[in-house]
Design a protein around this ligand. Structure first.
Ligand code: SAH
Length: 381
């Protein structure tokens, strides 16, 4: 357990920056990083690692192309280049997803389907995206293609399903633009209903091809439970779930709260969040599609208050609008979930100078073998 499985692609791929360290040393590396950045604000709890730090990624993406011998390859882009490193099995990706991608590569050949050429913008298959519900077992396959026309579509889908009957939905997504984004605007459902479901902390969530969903389900549950433990929400509390994505944290918090408001900028995510609230029959939650900072300014100007604010901003962290209004709203507790300890540090220093005090710092290893570390922090007045 203490000795790493070795990845043959480690150097070329670049996705796992600290794979050269054994897992306990990786945890120590991340712990030291968090202590260096946040240790002056409060003592840092021991990082929560994974018992089995492999094959945790429930979302797997492969680029398709050709090698110098013109053979079809699938894999990952070499870090900061556009060259595909062929990868059939990855130590951190879901194993079933990897198997499905290899099957698709073999099927391409027998169906005489082409791979997409990024330079000429011609050809067919560009990427395959697989998402798997860890507890539901549901699997979504997204075939990202350069054209809408799909030769022998029905037999291709049937062939894939007969090799992998565990697939629950297949979607074709069309992306014919010169872009580094994987997904294009148009999707056509080829099999199933185009979404999968996943259970987390006793609730069910819908995942669509484009919606954000945490990629490590085991650690996500630990992270969210920590956030709830820190928040100590009461039945009368008004709770704000800022940067709420598809509403996961807010829906989990709703069980303990009086009322929850989720705020999120991405329209698709808000639509999914509303749907998730409906599926779970949660009635004490509302979602607002707005910039979180602007929304908070509005609340503060109206003289409204909140009892608990949970915030989970993207890597860039929060902004001054948000933080200033947070201080005005003056919630009893703030729980800050962060995927970037550097911007977390900046925001915590600001809050520490303005009536809040850091009470707990808990790092969680959501992304073993990579340099990334997630941290949840409790602040009170
Ligand atoms: N809490 C969610 C999502 C966290 S990811 C979860 O755990 O699943 C961060 C989210 O912040 C993304 O969904 C992103 O769309 C959103 N976001 C980014 N900038 C924002 C802003 N200025 N205002 C509101 N939401 C924002």
């Amino acid at each position: 357990m203490n000795v790493n499985k070795k990845c043959p692609h480690y150097k070329k791929c670049g996705g796992c920056q600290i794979h050269n360290l054994d897992y306990p040393d990786q945890l120590e590396f991340k712990m030291r990083k968090v202590v260096r950045l946040l240790g002056r604000l409060h003592r840092v709890e021991n990082i929560i690692g994974m018992e089995n730090p492999y094959h945790y990624r429930n979302k797997v993406q492969a680029a398709f192309g050709r090698d110098k011998q013109n053979r079809i390859i699938s894999g990952v882009y070499q870090s900061s280049t556009h060259r595909i490193v062929p990868v059939d099995s990855c130590l951190i990706e879901d194993e079933k997803a990897d198997e499905i991608i290899v099957t698709i590569r073999k099927l391409l050949k027998s169906f005489k389907l082409k791979t997409f050429d990024d330079n000429r913008l011609t050809g067919f298959l560009r990427h395959v995206l697989v998402k798997r519900g860890f507890s539901s077992g549901e699997i979504m396959v997204v075939l990202v293609t350069g054209s809408e026309e799909f030769k022998s579509r029905r037999s291709f889908v049937n062939a894939l399903l007969s090799k992998h009957p565990e697939i629950t939905t297949i979607v074709q997504n069309i992306n014919n633009k010169r872009t580094s984004l994987v997904l294009g605007d148009k999707s056509i459902v080829l099999y199933g209903d185009g979404t999968i479901k996943e259970q987390l902390c006793g609730f069910t969530f819908t995942i669509s091809p484009k919606s954000f969903y945490q990629i490590n389900p085991i650690q996500t549950e630990i992270l969210y439970n920590k956030a709830m433990e820190f928040a100590e929400i009461k039945k009368t509390d008004i709770v704000i779930d800022a940067y709420c994505g598809t509403g996961t944290i807010g829906i989990i918090a709703s069980r303990h709260a009086g009322q929850v408001i989720g705020v999120e900028l991405n329209r698709d995510a808000v639509r999914d969040a509303k749907k998730n609230a409906r599926i779970n029959d949660v009635k004490n939650i509302d979602f607002v599609c707005e910039d979180a900072g602007r929304y908070m300014v509005g609340l503060a100007e109206e003289g409204l208050s909140a009892d608990v604010v949970i915030m989970d901003p993207p890597r860039a962290g929060s902004d001054l609008n948000f933080l200033r209004s947070l201080i005005k709203l003056s919630p009893r507790k703030v729980v800050y979930v962060s995927c970037n300890p550097e911007t977390l540090r900046r925001d915590l220093i600001f809050l520490s100078k303005n009536k809040y005090k850091v009470r707990k710092i808990q790092p969680v290893d959501m992304f073993p073998h990579t340099e990334h570390v997630e941290t949840v922090v409790l602040l009170t007045k």
